[in-house]
Write a protein that binds this ligand. Sequence first.
Ligand SMILES: Nc1ncnc2c1ncn2[C@@H]1O[C@H](COP(=O)(O)OP(=O)(O)OP(=O)(O)O)[C@@H](O)[C@H]1O
Ligand SMILES: [Mg+2]
Length: 158
Amino acid sequence: MKKRMSFEEIDEFAKKMADYATENTVIALIGDLGTGKTTFSKTFAKAFGIKENLKSPTFNYVLEYTDGRLPLYHFDVYRMGSAEEIYEIGYEDYINNDGVALIEWANIIETELPKKYIRIEFSYIYCDECENIREIELEYIGDTKKEEEMLEYVGFSN
Ligand SMILES: Nc1ncnc2c1ncn2[C@@H]1O[C@H](COP(=O)(O)OP(=O)(O)OP(=O)(O)O)[C@@H](O)[C@H]1O
Ligand SMILES: [Mg+2]
């Protein structure tokens, strides 16, 4: 489902997603440069109970945080040359480790994502006074039942 949201609404959405996420949840964050993937991750992490500020994992691809409700693995695979490269950093261990994975630029490793994952796509909207608004698409890939439950949980309706 797609929804237009202000930055404030996106922050609230990130907090609700942090409450919703459970063991082995994989969240794919997709969208052009500057659409809000990192900001979403930071708000999510704070609501998830992580005390320190998220740092950019751009050069090491993944950073791990263990002081939240569950372990959090924050990936940014923007600089990855190929999807297969993800295995060189222990990807399978991270996503099967009873934690939550947030993956910025997940489209780059789309072929290696699990059968079921939450997909959030951020898009710019082009109009006057739209710079603080994004279109957000929220889906649960591979699980329509969970998708319904999730949309309800986060109050995602038009
Ligand atoms: N929810 C938000 N609240 C306030 N500002 C935001 C929000 N989302 C995005 N921004 C603004 O847009 C800028 C870029 O956002 P962000 O770094 O989250 O994008 P990104 O998708 O991670 O970009 P990149 O792909 O380049 O890493 C932020 O520095 C901030 O100024
Ligand atoms: Mg980013």
